[in-house]
Design a protein around this ligand. Structure first.
Ligand code: UDP
Ligand code: MG
Length: 321
């Protein structure tokens, strides 16, 4: 008997793309079942992340019309990462293997076949990697590449050009579940889980309908989240900067003492004013970075649930009966 696959799709205000997406994913699933690659009990699991439009209505209808489609609805909007984790945690109660993909199908669903073949070859995690970003806007491409490089420089192990399109076996998702952090940055956490992994390459397409749910503000906060959740190096660099500036000020002191000794008077106050502002600014920056980490600690100690499920449209399990 082949393994059960659950394709997890987080959806936030995706009414414009869901009809098309469900059609493509439904066909893909049927095709894989017909080819006997996956178990007929495989499903597409939509996670409604507190959408304000008719997304949940559409999911309910899909569920009524076709047994391939199941869904859960979160109690409110919790963001892409939390929605994804909610989907994965629910999915492994039913599935042997999961694949996460965005609702806009910017990621090529034909990579699923190769992912599954790698899974059957013994991989627990298969990352979908974009072979090029030609179809993304210049701005998105530029900021994303800078971000990945910056993360690498900070010593965070992320897969270059991999978003959240990936296959994870039940074992890997159970491993991920053990990570109890509230500040989620899944693409940085999955490499920490480990297990045998591989990559699959594909071309990324444009969003075919609707707007990106990641405006610049959200992208920036996601990037800060990623950095501060996985690396404490910024704090170390601030310490180094502090040392450097202290060193410079000692040097300056010695220089001025010598000038005083040889009788040259110090002229102008501009240099003093500038350094006061510079040091003041750096101190504030340092406090800001440290504050960011303290904020994280504050949130982690509260240990709030990462998501709450409001409604479920799922198959009946044996232990439910
Ligand atoms: N998404 C979500 N909750 C949010 C924001 C986004 O579940 O608060 C989902 C969204 O529906 C989509 C995926 O996350 O399936 C990626 O979003 P999008 O395609 O807008 O991001 P982009 O491709 O522009 O980075
Ligand atoms: Mg997208």
């Amino acid at each position: 008997m082949k393994d059960i696959l659950y394709i997890v799709v987080p959806c936030y205000n995706e009414e414009e793309v869901l009809p098309e997406t469900s059609k493509s994913l439904g066909e893909k699933l049927k095709n894989l079942i017909d080819k006997d690659v996956i178990n007929p009990k495989s499903r597409v699991l939509f996670v409604n992340d507190g959408s304000k439009d008719s997304t949940w209505k559409i999911i309910e209808n899909l569920n009524k019309e076709n047994e391939f489609f199941v869904g859960i609805s979160l109690s409110r909007n919790r963001g892409h990462q939390n929605a994804l984790l909610a989907g994965l945690e629910v999915a492994i109660e039913y599935a042997d293997v999961t694949i996460s993909i965005d609702a806009d199908l910017q990621d090529d669903i034909n990579a699923i076949d190769e992912m599954l073949s790698k899974y059957y070859d013994g991989c627990d995690v298969v990352y979908g990697v974009r072979s090029s970003r030609k179809k993304d806007s210049f701005f998105k491409r530029f900021t994303a590449e800078c971000f990945y490089r910056f993360m690498k420089w900070l010593g965070v192990d992320t897969i270059f050009n991999h978003a959240d399109y990936r296959l994870m076996s039940k074992k890997a998702v159970l491993g991920l579940k053990e990570f109890s952090e509230v500040n989620l940055f899944l693409r940085g956490m999955v490499p920490l889980v480990g297990f045998k992994s591989d990559e699959v390459y594909y071309e990324r397409d444009k969003r075919f309908a609707g707007k990106s749910k990641y405006p610049f503000r959200k992208m920036l906060s996601f990037a800060i989240e990623g950095i501060t959740s996985l690396s404490t190096k910024p704090i170390r660099y601030i310490t180094l900067l502090g040392f450097l500036i202290f060193g410079i000020s000692i040097g300056m002191l010695i220089y001025f003492l010598i000038r005083w000794a040889i009788g040259a008077t110090v002229v102008g106050w501009a240099s003093v004013a500038c350094s006061v502002w510079a040091i003041g600014g750096l101190i504030m920056l340092a406090l800001g970075v440290i504050g960011e980490y303290i904020g994280k600690i504050y949130l982690e100690t509260k240990a709030r649930p990462r998501f709450l499920i409001d409604k479920k449209l799922l198959d009946i399990k044996f232990d439910d009966i």
